[in-house]
Design a protein around this ligand. Structure first.
Ligand code: SAM
Length: 238
Protein backbone atom coordinates (compact mmCIF):
# COMPACT_ATOMS: atom_id res chain seq x y z
CA UNK A 1 0.00 0.00 0.00
CA UNK A 2 1.33 3.45 -0.82
CA UNK A 3 1.69 5.90 2.03
CA UNK A 4 -0.07 9.11 0.95
CA UNK A 5 2.23 11.34 3.01
CA UNK A 6 5.36 10.17 1.20
CA UNK A 7 6.50 11.51 -2.18
CA UNK A 8 5.79 9.13 -5.07
CA UNK A 9 8.96 7.74 -6.70
CA UNK A 10 8.79 10.08 -9.74
CA UNK A 11 8.65 13.13 -7.45
CA UNK A 12 11.58 11.74 -5.50
CA UNK A 13 13.61 11.58 -8.66
CA UNK A 14 12.54 15.01 -9.87
CA UNK A 15 13.90 17.06 -6.97
CA UNK A 16 16.10 16.79 -3.93
CA UNK A 17 13.91 16.26 -0.83
CA UNK A 18 13.39 19.47 1.12
CA UNK A 19 14.25 19.71 4.81
CA UNK A 20 10.57 19.20 5.62
CA UNK A 21 10.33 16.02 3.49
CA UNK A 22 13.48 14.72 5.12
CA UNK A 23 12.28 15.43 8.66
CA UNK A 24 8.95 13.74 8.04
CA UNK A 25 10.67 10.79 6.43
CA UNK A 26 13.23 10.29 9.21
CA UNK A 27 10.66 10.67 11.95
CA UNK A 28 8.30 8.18 10.27
CA UNK A 29 11.06 5.64 9.72
CA UNK A 30 12.31 5.83 13.29
CA UNK A 31 8.83 5.84 14.84
CA UNK A 32 7.95 2.67 12.96
CA UNK A 33 11.26 0.80 13.03
CA UNK A 34 12.88 1.37 16.42
CA UNK A 35 13.17 -2.33 17.21
CA UNK A 36 14.56 -3.24 13.78
CA UNK A 37 17.14 -0.49 14.23
CA UNK A 38 18.15 -1.73 17.68
CA UNK A 39 18.37 -5.35 16.47
CA UNK A 40 20.45 -4.29 13.47
CA UNK A 41 22.97 -2.28 15.48
CA UNK A 42 23.26 -5.01 18.13
CA UNK A 43 23.96 -7.52 15.38
CA UNK A 44 26.83 -5.46 13.95
CA UNK A 45 28.26 -4.49 17.36
CA UNK A 46 27.80 -0.75 16.76
CA UNK A 47 27.35 0.25 20.45
CA UNK A 48 30.59 -1.54 21.37
CA UNK A 49 32.39 0.13 18.46
CA UNK A 50 31.29 3.59 19.60
CA UNK A 51 32.39 2.83 23.15
CA UNK A 52 35.81 1.71 21.89
CA UNK A 53 36.26 5.01 20.03
CA UNK A 54 35.34 6.98 23.17
CA UNK A 55 37.69 4.83 25.27
CA UNK A 56 40.57 6.28 23.23
CA UNK A 57 39.31 9.77 22.66
CA UNK A 58 41.72 12.48 23.79
CA UNK A 59 38.74 14.85 24.01
CA UNK A 60 37.37 13.18 27.18
CA UNK A 61 38.31 14.82 30.47
CA UNK A 62 36.70 15.10 33.89
CA UNK A 63 33.73 17.40 34.30
CA UNK A 64 32.68 17.68 30.66
CA UNK A 65 29.55 19.29 29.26
CA UNK A 66 28.32 17.05 26.46
CA UNK A 67 25.62 17.31 23.79
CA UNK A 68 24.33 14.28 21.86
CA UNK A 69 22.75 15.57 18.63
CA UNK A 70 20.23 13.13 17.13
CA UNK A 71 20.47 10.89 20.19
CA UNK A 72 17.70 8.46 19.21
CA UNK A 73 17.30 5.86 21.95
CA UNK A 74 20.61 6.93 23.49
CA UNK A 75 23.00 4.38 22.03
CA UNK A 76 25.78 6.98 21.63
CA UNK A 77 25.16 8.60 25.01
CA UNK A 78 25.25 5.19 26.73
CA UNK A 79 28.47 4.28 24.88
CA UNK A 80 30.04 7.55 25.98
CA UNK A 81 28.75 7.18 29.54
CA UNK A 82 30.24 3.66 29.75
CA UNK A 83 33.59 4.89 28.39
CA UNK A 84 33.66 7.77 30.88
CA UNK A 85 32.95 5.38 33.74
CA UNK A 86 35.58 2.90 32.57
CA UNK A 87 38.11 5.75 32.40
CA UNK A 88 37.20 6.98 35.89
CA UNK A 89 35.73 10.20 34.49
CA UNK A 90 32.31 11.71 34.86
CA UNK A 91 30.39 14.31 32.92
CA UNK A 92 29.20 17.52 34.55
CA UNK A 93 26.13 17.49 32.34
CA UNK A 94 24.82 15.58 29.32
CA UNK A 95 22.12 17.07 27.09
CA UNK A 96 20.62 15.26 24.13
CA UNK A 97 18.03 16.00 21.46
CA UNK A 98 16.29 14.14 18.68
CA UNK A 99 13.57 14.79 16.13
CA UNK A 100 11.50 11.66 16.86
CA UNK A 101 9.42 11.55 20.06
CA UNK A 102 9.20 7.72 19.98
CA UNK A 103 13.00 7.45 20.04
CA UNK A 104 13.21 9.93 22.91
CA UNK A 105 10.58 8.00 24.86
CA UNK A 106 12.63 4.81 24.48
CA UNK A 107 15.72 6.74 25.64
CA UNK A 108 13.83 7.97 28.75
CA UNK A 109 12.83 4.41 29.63
CA UNK A 110 16.41 3.18 29.24
CA UNK A 111 17.74 6.02 31.41
CA UNK A 112 15.21 5.25 34.12
CA UNK A 113 16.01 1.55 34.15
CA UNK A 114 19.75 2.29 34.29
CA UNK A 115 19.02 4.81 37.08
CA UNK A 116 20.89 7.55 35.23
CA UNK A 117 19.55 10.98 36.12
CA UNK A 118 22.04 13.47 34.75
CA UNK A 119 20.89 13.35 31.09
CA UNK A 120 18.50 16.04 29.83
CA UNK A 121 16.40 15.25 26.75
CA UNK A 122 14.55 17.46 24.29
CA UNK A 123 12.78 17.11 21.00
CA UNK A 124 14.52 19.31 18.41
CA UNK A 125 15.62 19.46 14.81
CA UNK A 126 19.32 19.84 14.08
CA UNK A 127 18.36 22.35 11.38
CA UNK A 128 16.52 24.53 13.89
CA UNK A 129 18.70 24.67 16.98
CA UNK A 130 17.21 27.99 18.12
CA UNK A 131 14.47 25.93 19.79
CA UNK A 132 16.99 24.52 22.29
CA UNK A 133 17.14 26.11 25.76
CA UNK A 134 19.29 29.21 26.05
CA UNK A 135 21.90 27.45 28.20
CA UNK A 136 22.41 24.52 25.77
CA UNK A 137 25.68 25.91 24.49
CA UNK A 138 29.37 26.13 25.40
CA UNK A 139 29.78 22.32 25.21
CA UNK A 140 33.17 20.68 25.56
CA UNK A 141 32.09 17.77 23.35
CA UNK A 142 29.28 17.35 20.83
CA UNK A 143 28.63 13.78 19.68
CA UNK A 144 26.51 12.97 16.66
CA UNK A 145 26.16 9.47 15.27
CA UNK A 146 24.13 8.16 12.32
CA UNK A 147 21.90 11.24 12.24
CA UNK A 148 23.22 13.77 9.73
CA UNK A 149 22.55 11.21 6.97
CA UNK A 150 18.85 12.09 7.31
CA UNK A 151 18.97 15.78 6.46
CA UNK A 152 19.16 16.95 2.82
CA UNK A 153 22.72 16.84 1.51
CA UNK A 154 22.56 20.56 0.75
CA UNK A 155 21.98 21.26 4.47
CA UNK A 156 24.92 19.24 5.83
CA UNK A 157 27.33 22.19 6.21
CA UNK A 158 24.60 24.34 7.78
CA UNK A 159 23.81 21.59 10.31
CA UNK A 160 27.49 21.12 11.14
CA UNK A 161 27.84 24.90 11.50
CA UNK A 162 24.95 24.93 13.99
CA UNK A 163 26.62 22.20 16.04
CA UNK A 164 29.96 24.02 15.90
CA UNK A 165 28.35 27.12 17.36
CA UNK A 166 27.11 25.04 20.32
CA UNK A 167 30.72 24.10 21.18
CA UNK A 168 32.95 26.22 23.37
CA UNK A 169 36.13 27.54 21.80
CA UNK A 170 38.46 24.54 21.42
CA UNK A 171 35.59 22.07 21.95
CA UNK A 172 35.41 18.80 20.01
CA UNK A 173 32.84 17.33 17.65
CA UNK A 174 32.77 13.52 17.47
CA UNK A 175 31.00 12.71 14.21
CA UNK A 176 30.03 9.22 13.01
CA UNK A 177 28.42 9.12 9.59
CA UNK A 178 27.80 6.55 6.87
CA UNK A 179 30.30 6.06 4.05
CA UNK A 180 29.40 6.03 0.41
CA UNK A 181 30.43 2.54 -0.74
CA UNK A 182 28.99 -0.49 -2.52
CA UNK A 183 27.82 -2.12 0.71
CA UNK A 184 26.14 0.90 2.25
CA UNK A 185 24.11 1.70 -0.89
CA UNK A 186 21.71 -1.23 -0.45
CA UNK A 187 22.08 -1.51 3.32
CA UNK A 188 21.76 2.10 4.47
CA UNK A 189 20.85 4.32 1.53
CA UNK A 190 18.02 2.13 0.28
CA UNK A 191 16.91 0.28 3.39
CA UNK A 192 17.09 3.30 5.72
CA UNK A 193 16.58 6.09 3.12
CA UNK A 194 19.77 7.82 4.25
CA UNK A 195 22.45 9.85 2.50
CA UNK A 196 25.98 8.51 2.20
CA UNK A 197 29.17 10.57 2.20
CA UNK A 198 32.69 10.39 0.88
CA UNK A 199 35.60 11.69 2.89
CA UNK A 200 36.01 14.57 0.43
CA UNK A 201 32.38 15.61 0.82
CA UNK A 202 32.72 15.62 4.59
CA UNK A 203 35.94 17.58 4.44
CA UNK A 204 34.22 20.24 2.31
CA UNK A 205 31.20 20.42 4.63
CA UNK A 206 33.36 20.62 7.79
CA UNK A 207 35.42 23.44 6.27
CA UNK A 208 32.31 25.29 5.18
CA UNK A 209 30.91 24.83 8.70
CA UNK A 210 33.96 26.58 10.14
CA UNK A 211 35.86 23.65 11.65
CA UNK A 212 39.55 24.41 11.33
CA UNK A 213 41.11 21.20 12.59
CA UNK A 214 39.73 17.78 11.88
CA UNK A 215 40.89 14.23 11.37
CA UNK A 216 39.48 10.94 10.11
CA UNK A 217 40.03 7.99 12.42
CA UNK A 218 38.73 4.44 12.55
CA UNK A 219 37.04 1.95 14.85
CA UNK A 220 39.69 0.23 17.00
CA UNK A 221 40.30 -3.52 16.95
CA UNK A 222 38.16 -5.73 17.30
CA UNK A 223 35.57 -3.36 15.83
CA UNK A 224 37.36 -2.66 12.56
CA UNK A 225 34.51 -4.16 10.51
CA UNK A 226 32.51 -1.02 11.40
CA UNK A 227 34.92 0.99 9.24
CA UNK A 228 33.05 -0.51 6.31
CA UNK A 229 29.99 1.32 7.58
CA UNK A 230 31.12 4.70 8.73
CA UNK A 231 33.51 7.58 9.01
CA UNK A 232 34.88 8.35 12.45
CA UNK A 233 35.67 12.06 12.53
CA UNK A 234 37.00 14.31 15.28
CA UNK A 235 36.83 18.04 14.63
CA UNK A 236 37.75 21.02 16.75
CA UNK A 237 36.03 24.36 16.92
CA UNK A 238 38.21 27.42 17.22
C1 SAM B 1 20.04 5.98 13.01
S1 SAM B 1 19.28 6.83 14.32
C2 SAM B 1 20.72 7.22 15.28
C3 SAM B 1 20.40 7.42 16.73
C4 SAM B 1 21.64 7.46 17.64
N1 SAM B 1 22.45 8.62 17.40
C5 SAM B 1 22.45 6.20 17.45
O1 SAM B 1 23.63 6.30 17.10
O2 SAM B 1 21.89 5.11 17.67
C6 SAM B 1 18.93 8.37 13.53
C7 SAM B 1 18.27 9.37 14.44
O3 SAM B 1 18.36 10.66 13.84
C8 SAM B 1 17.18 11.37 14.17
N2 SAM B 1 17.05 12.48 13.25
C9 SAM B 1 16.83 12.42 11.92
N3 SAM B 1 16.77 13.66 11.40
C10 SAM B 1 16.96 14.52 12.44
C11 SAM B 1 16.97 15.93 12.54
N4 SAM B 1 16.77 16.71 11.48
N5 SAM B 1 17.21 16.49 13.75
C12 SAM B 1 17.39 15.70 14.84
N6 SAM B 1 17.37 14.36 14.81
C13 SAM B 1 17.14 13.77 13.62
C14 SAM B 1 16.09 10.31 14.05
O4 SAM B 1 14.93 10.69 14.73
C15 SAM B 1 16.77 9.10 14.65
O5 SAM B 1 16.51 9.00 16.05
Amino acid sequence: MMDAARPIPSERKAREPTATDAEKGASEIYSARIDSYLRFIRWVGYPQGLRAVFMRSPALHPDLRILDAGCGTGVTTFALHAALEARGLSARRIDAFDLTPAMLERFRIRLASAEIEDVHLMQANVLDLETLPEDWKGYDVVITASMLEYIPRSDLARALGGLRRRLREGGTLHLFITRNNFLMRPLIQRWWSANLYTREELRGALEEAGFVEFGFGHFPFPHRHLDLWGHVVRARAR
